[in-house]
Design a protein around this ligand. Structure first.
Ligand code: NCD
Length: 307
């Protein structure tokens, strides 16, 4: 197989490559007209084996803003996977029809497997409860833009830390950029997998505090990263119902927070942030989703060798 770059998990990119993408994304956002032909004639294959709004359409938007085209599916029942075609065969064929692939799959490891069959770059748009590296790039461009640097922050990650793939990718990446302290806030049943906690403790000198109390840390943090309880990853409805209202952010609860704290969320939100919070200037989750387009433009251009 020829030497192609894929993005399956954040560690596929070096720290300097991550910052190069973040900075390029910021440039692309500021001067979009300079990049309208950068990927002209190229085709993005968009293979969504699992539902998506932001990841799917921000990649589409990114490719179109670079002057490229796209094709793909969001309903696997319309494809030959339904007839029993293997993922490897689907990928080989899509490699002949397109130049770069973004895929989302409910099975952990599916994008990695796909990359083993692929002659073109594969981007993981989320695999089960495992990883979501382009959400991390989206999170980092947002932190860089709103806090000037991705380093030296005290950050609270709150909600479903067990199944939330955005959290898994983000915490591993932020650890590489000298985060000051992580507060891991979740019900006990949904705590961050021990393997990730241990990996960070072993490799970095970063304070980690695990708690189930969000309000107690509110005045101590620079960034609050809220997440949805991942209903689709639960084995039974009863457990989900028990945990679904664990955290609901309101204006009253953010009252003690720093004036320049930022509130992030990968979205979709269910009920973990009340709508009233949207009007607070610290709530930047919709802006975060918008910035995701530009960092994905930078990523597509990089993997296609256009920058
Ligand atoms: C996230 C995901 O798919 O993991 N969504 C997204 O890509 N922005 C978060 C979620 O579904 O809760």
């Amino acid at each position: 197989m020829k030497n192609v770059r894929h993005l399956i998990e954040p560690k596929d990119l070096s720290n300097s490559e991550i910052m190069e993408l973040v900075n390029m994304g910021i440039q692309m956002e500021e001067n979009p007209q300079d990049y309208v032909n950068l990927c002209k004639g190229k085709i993005l294959g968009s293979l969504f084996f699992e539902p998506s709004t932001r990841t799917k359409f921000s990649f589409d938007s990114a490719m179109l803003r670079l002057g490229g085209n796209l094709m793909g599916f969001t309903d696997v029942n319309t494809t030959s996977a339904k007839k029993g075609e293997s993922l490897g065969d689907t990928i080989k064929i899509m490699g002949a029809y397109t130049d770069i692939i973004v895929m989302r799959h409910p099975k952990e490891g599916a994008p990695k497997l796909a990359s083993e069959y692929s002659t073109i770059p594969i981007i993981n748009g989320g695999d089960g409860g495992h990883q979501h590296p382009t959400q991390t790039l989206t999170d980092l461009i947002t932190i860089k833009k709103y806090k000037n640097t991705v380093s030296n922050h005290t950050i609270a990650l709150c909600g479903d830390l067990k199944f939330g793939r955005t959290v898994h990718s983000l915490i591993k990446t932020l650890a590489r950029f000298n985060t000051k302290k992580f507060y891991l806030i979740s019900p006990k049943e949904l705590s961050l997998p021990k393997s990730i906690v241990n990996e960070i403790k072993l490799n970095y000198d970063i304070e980690i505090e695990e708690t189930s109390e969000l309000e107690a840390v509110m005045d101590k943090i620079d960034i609050l990263y809220m997440t949805r309880i991942q209903k689709e990853r639960f084995f039974n409805e009863e457990d989900y119902i028990k945990l679904k209202n664990s955290y609901i952010l309101t204006n009253e609860k953010i009252e003690p927070a720093k004036k320049d704290m930022i509130i992030m969320h990968p979205l979709p939100r269910v009920n973990e942030i009340s709508k009233e919070v949207d009007d607070d200037k610290r709530a930047i989750y919709f802006e975060q989703a918008r910035l995701g387009v530009y960092v994905r433009m930078a990523l597509i251009a990089k993997l296609l060798g256009a920058i």
